[in-house]
Ligand binder design. Structure first.
Ligand code: ZN
Length: 121
């Protein structure tokens, strides 16, 4: 299995689906923890839109996103699998929800050892 981003050879179980690409864990973390290179305005656009609507902090988030936020707030940092289990979402669904929190600069993903964690900004 070859990562479509960095072309690294990776074991099948270490690959992730992201934006229609099959990528390695490192590229996945990279994608999860910072705005997409193809979309440099995403963060400021999301923030500007929320400010326009008068949303500060977690106001304006969906109940699911608020639940993720509150869980991270309570736990500090949460392994990806645990958050998905707690939220009863598939990794793909969680990724979609989490992307909003990330774009609003409320939360981020990071890698520690060989595990992916989520935490608040
Ligand atoms: Zn890669």
């Amino acid at each position: 299995m070859r990562c479509e981003k960095c072309q690294a050879d990776v074991a099948n179980e270490d690959t992730f689906q992201y934006g229609g690409q099959t990528i390695c864990e490192d590229c996945y973390i990279e994608a999860m923890s910072r705005p997409q290179p193809c979309d440099p305005g995403a963060v400021s656009a999301a923030r500007a839109a929320r400010e326009l609507q008068g949303h500060k902090g977690i106001e304006g988030l969906t109940p699911i996103q608020k639940k993720i936020y509150n869980f991270l707030k309570e736990k500090g940092k949460v392994p990806r699998e645990e958050l998905a289990k707690y939220m009863q979402l598939t990794p793909e669904e969680l990724q979609g929800q989490f992307a909003v929190l990330r774009h609003c600069e409320l939360a981020r993903g990071f890698k520690e050892g060989n595990k992916i964690y989520f935490t608040l900004m």
